[in-house]
Design a protein. Structure first.
Length: 357
């Protein structure tokens, strides 16, 4: 009986010890929920309010990129800081006029450093053009002429008549109608513009002059391919302007199309003689300074991202007697066309020299 009592006491003691140990373990060992850190609540976020905006500028470095391609990598946007590499290492400078007149003077520097000049502007624009060329090395590999009007070729005429010629010019490319045709046509009393330039050509070595460029001809300057888009169009209406030769420059994956002073007639001829894909360009020089040039149908085919406006302020706003859009020019209308086409940027010489890289 005593043995049975001792056995029962031992069992009770073991059970008591087991219960005690189990309780102790439950207190000492954390549950799984305890070892997983909880999601930070409002208090945790507030501890480091700057963490979420470590670089507030990074999110807005290129605000246009996020909008342009929200589903993937940022695309180049010429309206943002990406413009620094838009031309892949090349540089375009659209020079502002020295006077209140319109002009066209453009200098393109290739990635390798060679220079291409389009037209050059008025006689009064020569000093600034010379200064710009000298600052970029002083040597022009290719000088392209759209048509022989003084606001386009006056500076070149002045440069060639200066002895010694202040900059080196390797090649001058152009294609004019016969003088007799200009004379018969609507020349607006500006035959001397042509005559003065042709006389100045006598100061240039003949091998540097290329007077008969033709549609489809290509001129290579480093990585830039210059495409001649048309022969000078023969029209008795607006004869000089409609004889403009268009050039498409292909460089580093971009296209720049210069239209000179093409009017409606020449614009329709350009559409007729070229495939739409050949006229497509990223950048276009606005025909006839952005007014009374080619029509909307030409720009619609070109589909530009950037427009070059060789346009003074009074013409940009179509100002007459101090009143905006009271003049006879179509500039404001053409600006609306570009808005409809979704043009991203207008570079206008009314704001001074325009530089695109």
């Amino acid at each position: 009986m005593k043995r049975n009592l001792n056995q029962k006491i031992n069992i009770w003691v073991k059970r008591a010890v087991g219960i005690y140990l189990t309780a102790a373990l439950m207190i000492a060992v954390p549950t799984y929920a305890d070892v997983i850190p909880p999601a930070p609540g409002p208090a945790a976020v507030a501890q480091n309010p700057g963490a979420a905006v470590q670089n507030p500028g990074a999110a807005v470095q290129n605000p246009g990129a996020a909008v342009q391609n929200p589903g993937g990598a940022a695309l180049q946007d010429p309206t943002s800081t990406a413009e620094e590499s838009y031309l892949g290492g090349a540089e375009l400078t659209l020079l502002a006029p020295a006077t209140q007149s319109q002009n066209l003077s453009c200098v393109i520097q290739t990635k390798a450093g060679s220079l291409i000049v389009v037209d050059g502007g008025l006689r009064e624009d020569a000093p600034h053009l010379i200064e710009t060329i000298k600052a970029k090395g002083g040597r022009v590999s290719a000088w392209l002429i759209t048509h022989p009007h003084s606001d386009h070729i006056g500076a070149l005429t002045e440069i060639l008549n200066t002895q010694p010629i202040p900059v080196e010019i390797d090649n001058i490319y152009y294609s004019f109608l016969e003088r007799e045709f200009y004379q018969r046509g609507e020349h607006m009393g500006r035959m001397d513009n042509l005559d003065n330039l042709l006389a100045a050509f006598n100061n240039v070595a003949p091998e540097k002059l290329h007077p008969s460029i033709d549609k489809g001809q290509q001129i290579q300057v480093d990585e830039v391919t210059i495409n001649v888009m048309n022969k000078p169009f023969r029209s008795l209406h607006n004869t000089f302007n409609n004889s403009s030769v268009a050039y498409r420059l292909d460089l580093n994956g971009k296209r720049i199309l210069f239209l000179g002073d093409m009017g409606w007639d020449a614009g329709q001829n350009l559409l007729k003689k070229n495939k739409p894909e050949d006229l497509k360009a990223d950048i276009v020089q606005m025909a006839h300074h952005g007014q009374d040039g080619v029509e909307m149908d030409v720009y619609r085919v070109i589909k530009p991202e950037i427009c070059l406006w060789p346009t003074p302020d009074w013409l940009w706003d179509n100002v007459k007697n101090g009143v905006v859009d009271a003049g006879p020019w179509k500039t404001v209308t053409v600006r609306k066309w570009m808005e409809e086409l979704g043009v991203k940027r207008n570079l206008c010489v009314k704001d001074g020299d325009q530089v695109l890289r």
